[in-house]
Ligand binder design. Structure first.
Ligand code: ZN
Length: 139
């Protein structure tokens, strides 16, 4: 059993932006020289998330609208009262969507569906430089 680790930086430009990082996962699997195992992708941030979606503009808009309905911006957040940074909804959205994904890989290929991409979601109220840790375990 071996491990391989890669950290990538993703520069976001605005709240709600979704960036396809599937290529980064595929590059990490290739660079590891492993054939089979698990790839864990993790964002060490509390106002960003990793999801899988079919990466197309219609669905990106649908996710944004769903987040606005489920976890609206214009309501009271204890985090605002504590810090006044106006991103309570960003933290809650991040917690609900999740900071990590585990993707199995087999014969050197990620087990993603044909229309399934790995996407970083910027949830903060301003642009940020995001780290994504890609940790592989396998053989
Ligand atoms: Zn905050």
């Amino acid at each position: 059993m071996e491990t391989f680790r890669k950290t990538v930086t993703v520069n976001t430009s605005k709240e709600g932006e979704m960036i396809d990082i599937t290529g980064e996962l595929r590059e990490a699997i290739a660079a590891s020289k492993m054939s089979n195992g698990l790839a864990c992708m993790f964002v060490p941030h509390s106002t960003a998330a990793l999801i899988t979606i079919e990466y197309e503009p219609g669905l990106q808009g649908d996710i944004k609208k769903a987040l606005d309905r489920i976890i609206p911006k214009d309501t009271e957040y204890g985090h605002h009262l504590m810090w006044g940074d106006g991103n309570g909804h960003s933290h809650v959205r991040s917690s609900f969507l999740g900071a990590s994904l585990t993707v199995p890989f087999h014969e050197g290929e990620a087990d993603l569906g044909t229309w399934q991409q790995v996407v970083l979601v910027e949830l903060d109220v301003r642009r940020r430089d995001r780290k994504v840790v890609i940790q592989l375990i396998g053989e």
